[in-house]
Design a protein around this ligand. Sequence first.
Ligand code: NAP
Length: 302
Amino acid sequence: MSFVKNRVLITGASGLLGRAIKKAFSAQLQYWEVLGTAFSRANGDLIKLDLNQKSEVLKTVQNFKPHVIIHCAAERRPDVVEYQAAATYQLNVEATKTMCEAAVECSSWLLYISTDYVFDGKEPPYQVDAQPHPLNKYGLSKLQGEEIVKKNHAEFAILRVPILYGQIENLEESAVTILWKNIRNAVSCKMSDYERRYPTHTDDVASVILAMTERKVKGENMGGIFHWSGDENMTKYDMAIAMRSVFSLSPDHIIADKTVCTGAPRPYNAHLSSDRLENMGIKPKRTPFKQGIKAVLQPYVN
Ligand SMILES: NC(=O)c1ccc[n+]([C@@H]2O[C@H](COP(=O)([O-])OP(=O)(O)OC[C@H]3O[C@@H](n4cnc5c(N)ncnc54)[C@H](OP(=O)(O)O)[C@@H]3O)[C@@H](O)[C@H]2O)c1
């Protein structure tokens, strides 16, 4: 039996999350025609598209005529955003506006990836209708992106996710795997044991997005805000201890640091409730942290 394929365009497809999303759709090529866009890492089948070039974006979307756009590209490093606020605004906010315009022109459904950093972390868990209050410029830029998506586009979706890890190209790519650089050797090292995090595997997020998209193309209303989060509450110290333990390494040299993080302010505990998706029956597996991180770090073990 042959199916009419839907077309999906994924921005940021060279990035940590975008790669996992592209992989998930590409595993269903009998149903999906997939176009991934990238910027500095546009290789293989990814096309180069600078999202700050509005006319190029409109032309690319118009040519491909996607049924679905997963808008993943962003500047996501809070400490970089603090001193590159203008460039971040351009990418996280203005380019989101362009993507929305392009989606409207082509009658595409757009799903925008956002973050738990839209919350201040004082009253977890956060439901989808909780009041955002970002503490840093990154969280603010993503919230401004959300506001553009919501304005006049009730059918578009916003998916907020917490700290991510998954298959990496280098340890610096994820705020989780970067910890391994400091803790893999038996040298005394302090790790933050204050802010609470919910490390979430990119493959799990990709499964959620695929499930949401399948519902949408079948005609279900998938508009508004959604949350998806892992369910293991950990500090960076807890993650470090877990990483050492899965490789049977002693945790003795890791020192718990109970002070507030330095750099851009971070929420204490911005736990996202996944209730809305789970109540809709969208609840793919959550990869246990130890299992997920072991597979991801294996190539980086001495
Ligand atoms: N990582 C996390 O822990 C986390 C947590 C919560 C939410 N999020 C959200 O999840 C989404 C994906 O994050 P990520 O971690 O996958 O980010 P990432 O690994 O840093 O990837 C960023 C992507 O944006 C692309 N990009 C950068 N500048 C561009 C430009 N001018 N034009 C076109 N594309 C451009 C990059 O392309 P090149 O690399 O090819 O230049 C890359 O594909 C973001 O919206 C982020 O806010 C991430």
